[in-house]
Design a protein around this ligand. Structure first.
Ligand SMILES: Cc1cc2nc3c(=O)[nH]c(=O)nc-3n(C[C@H](O)[C@H](O)[C@H](O)COP(=O)(O)OP(=O)(O)OC[C@H]3O[C@@H](n4cnc5c(N)ncnc54)[C@H](O)[C@@H]3O)c2cc1C
Length: 258
């Protein structure tokens, strides 16, 4: 069983981010790391390949400046190889162009039984790339997967909903977007980190994938403005005079959370 995982490489969320004021996009010129959201997809893929008793996990990523640090983390976890699309012409790519690029990278790898992405990335997320990829690849798409099992030529998915979960069965090949918590991602071992250094990453440009137009020229979306998130208001302090709990219950009832 072969699985391809989309891995987005993002600026370290522990560091203060910065916007390019000219384009309202996140500056990504420093070191990028594996988006934690995608570590769940990598782990899920490794477990499915193990359970199938054979096959391999490959990666696709689009990132600036030939960045591979995040991909190396996924390779250290156990993925076998990857395709990186890195090209200055891709700067300004919107979600649909990103999906076209990643779908073409999937095709370059020869396709797979399953393609896995996260439900949404942690930086400038739209939560639309996986579904766009599925459409472009002509694959069925199952979203918000919280539990995944492959049985023969189909995949059984528990799909998170507001009330609980749906049980969905889908024929392979398919594309899944997984939620955080679908599995517990492993820490790369020292042996894995050493082995990852020599695993192959095929670095290509947009033209190698036949993608054009790209970047701002190909963008059907615009970032009209960016607004500072509202600062958190100070909470209400309830002094406990022995009856403090009644005030807390009344407060929660008022919010309709109990
Ligand atoms: C007009 C416009 C211009 C933009 N210009 C830039 C720019 O110049 N530079 C820039 O960095 N961003 C730019 N962005 C943001 C960029 O569109 C998104 O970061 C990118 O399209 C991915 O979409 P997302 O993060 O919303 O993905 P989501 O749909 O939230 O991601 C879901 C999942 O898809 C997969 N995925 C998404 N993106 C990638 C990726 N690149 N590689 C591998 N897997 C991926 C991951 O598994 C991810 O968790 C621009 C956006 C717009 C609208």
């Amino acid at each position: 069983m072969n699985v391809i995982v989309c891995v987005k490489q993002i600026p370290d969320p522990a560091l203060p981010g910065a916007l390019d004021p000219a384009t309202n996009t996140l500056k990504r010129d420093g070191k990028l790391i594996l988006d934690e959201s995608d570590s769940y997809g990598v782990e899920m893929a490794l477990q499915l390949v193990d359970a199938a008793g054979g096959g391999e996990v490959s990666l696709v990523s689009m990132a600036p400046n030939g960045e591979v640090s995040g991909m190396r983390t996924a390779l250290a976890m156990g993925a076998a190889r990857g395709v990186l699309v890195s090209d200055p012409a891709l700067q300004g790519s919107d979600a649909l162009t990103t999906a076209k690029v990643l779908a073409a990278a999937v095709r370059r790898l020869g396709g797979a039984d399953l393609v896995i992405a996260a439900t949404e990335s942690s930086d400038g997320y739209t939560g639309t790339v996986p579904e766009q990829m599925a459409e472009l690849l002509g694959l069925p798409s199952v979203t918000f997967a919280k539990k995944v099992a492959v049985e023969g030529t189909s995949v059984k998915v528990q799909r998170q909903t507001e009330e609980g979960y749906d049980e969905v069965t889908c024929t392979l090949p398919a594309l899944l977007s997984v939620t955080a918590g679908v599995v517990e991602p492993r820490y790369p071992s020292f042996k894995g980190i050493m082995a990852a250094k020599s695993k192959p990453i095929d670095e290509v440009k947009a033209a190698d994938l036949g993608i054009s137009p790209v970047g701002w020229a190909g963008a059907g979306q615009q970032i009209a403005s960016v607004t500072q998130a509202e600062a958190r208001a100070a909470g209400e302090i309830i002094e406990d005079d022995g009856e403090g709990f009644t005030k807390i219950v009344a407060y929660l009832e008022n919010l309709k959370v109990i």
